[in-house]
Design a protein around this ligand. Structure first.
Ligand code: AMO
Length: 434
């Protein structure tokens, strides 16, 4: 299918065909170097301009930057070449020319603003930091899937076009479905719960979610990717264990398999896997600690949601990942179970990075009567959710779960300033294309 040799695999003495993009051409007079780049790295191609055939030299040295070339030749050892080897070419074929004026510099030497980069993502992800970010994002998803398999999960895929929303408070994108009102789904919440009641018991999904919130912040998207987990026969405490395990598996895999990418991003050896055993603070403790920092103009009261500045103040105080548990029931959704000893408190939790929330989750309400009552308390019509509630009449085991926002996981892991850096083609209020 692709019978070229990757630049990273070229060994001295071999006759190879390498293909990729023109990274750079340096003409030193009498000798010229073409640096060819593919996904595995770069290789030097040497042209003895006075000795070689003019046509061959022109094809290799007149190609504009980012043109696609295929070069056949012999690999020779050359200690002065960036990778210790170079190709002495026999033939050069231009596979695709690039216009000399590029909308941005793929090598990243010339800075481009985020909007220009997002408009030209193909060029932006050719090399450098963006390529490294998306390779790491892929490694995170690979590691997370492997971890889920190791704890007995089945991967599922659930509908993204739905008749009802799930996350009270967030806006839905409406659409017309054969003349009927429908929406883009905000979360696989109800479907994953329905599947823990099936013979699958323990499931996960990696998929898109859609939220029509009109925010315009560095950490919100209108289309995001979520990692959802849900399991029968576990409680919120065990769900937090799996949640922490997932994060550690992702960090460990990146530390082990993405050293090159981490270096491109300026990490070198300084990339740290968080220590296991994330502190678990109750909501009440969280409020008290935030108030004690004195960072907020107004003291938080019990029942308040945590404002962004509050989250940051607490994050700085704690200094690492941590959970917040025992949230007031009234600010958690209907599917979260209340504590048996105090129904004012819920079994919902959030996992926080010092900079922002990464996960929401909790023990779910699996008892039919309590579930329907919860709908009514939140002003939702239980009949609209009958497809969901009715399954709670036929043997729905106790269960718990949670969801990560993938982009926030990538963003916090790599210290990115804007969530849009962590998604190829972001959807926000300004951006619907590309
Ligand atoms: P929640 O609404 O808190 O919970 O979402 C879970 C996680 O998804 C990420 N996230 C977002 N990321 C970017 N842009 C957005 N607009 C956005 N919205 C959410 C965050 C957040 O912590 N059904 C529950 C999960 C559960 O209980 O299992 C839910 O959707 O990282």
């Amino acid at each position: 299918m692709d019978d070229r040799t990757h630049t990273a695999d070229a060994e001295p003495g071999e006759r190879v065909t390498v293909a990729g993009w023109v990274h750079e051409v340096r003409d030193l007079g009498g000798i010229a170097f073409l640096i060819l780049r593919d996904r595995t790295g770069k290789i030097q191609v040497k042209f003895a301009t006075d000795e070689m055939d003019d046509e061959l030299v022109d094809a290799g040295t007149n190609a504009s930057r980012e043109s696609v070339l295929s070069v056949t030749g012999t690999v020779e050892e050359e200690p002065r070449a960036p990778t210790g080897v170079e190709v002495v070419p026999e033939s050069v074929e231009l596979l695709a020319p690039a216009e000399p004026e590029l909308p941005l510099d793929p090598s990243g030497k010339v800075d481009a603003d985020l909007s220009t980069r997002l408009d030209n993502r193909t060029l932006d992800v050719r090399a450098g930091e963006s390529k490294a970010i998306f390779e790491i994002r892929a490694e995170i998803l690979r590691a997370v899937r492997e971890y889920f398999r190791s704890v007995g999960c089945t991967e599922i895929n659930t509908p993204k076009i739905v008749a009802t929303g799930t996350e009270g408070g967030t806006e839905l994108f409406p659409l017309t479905y054969f003349g009927q009102e429908a929406f883009m789904n905000q979360s696989p919440q109800l479907f994953k719960q329905l599947m823990v009641g099936s013979g699958l018991e323990r499931v996960f999904e990696v998929g898109p979610i859609f939220r029509a919130e009109e925010h315009n912040t560095p950490r919100h998207l209108n289309e995001a990717t979520m990692i959802d987990f849900e399991s029968a026969f576990i409680d919120h405490n065990e769900a937090m264990d799996v949640c922490e395990g997932t994060l550690l598996a992702a960090y460990e895999a990146v530390a082990e398999n993405c050293q090159e990418q981490l270096e491109v991003l300026g990490y070198g050896d300084s990339f740290a896997v968080p220590d296991a055993g994330f502190p678990r603070l109750t909501y009440e403790e969280a409020i008290e600690r935030i108030n004690a920092t004195g960072e907020l103009e107004e003291q938080l009261l019990w029942g308040d949601d945590l404002p962004t500045e509050g989250e940051k103040a607490l994050g700085a105080d704690v200094g690492g990942h941590y959970f917040i548990t025992d949230w007031p029931s009234e600010i958690k959704p209907f599917y979260i179970q209340d504590r048996d000893d105090d129904p004012q408190l819920s079994k919902g939790f959030d996992l926080m990075h010092p900079e922002m929330e990464l996960v929401s989750g909790g023990q779910r309400e699996h008892r039919y009567d309590a579930l329907v009552e919860g709908f009514e308390q939140q002003g939702l019509d239980p009949e609209a959710f009958e497809y969901y509630t009715k399954m709670f009449k036929y043997g729905m085991p106790p269960h718990a779960g949670w969801a990560y926002g993938v982009e926030r996981l990538v963003m916090t892991m790599l210290g990115l300033g804007n969530i849009r850096e962590a998604v190829l083609f972001p959807r926000d209020r300004q951006r619907l294309s590309p």
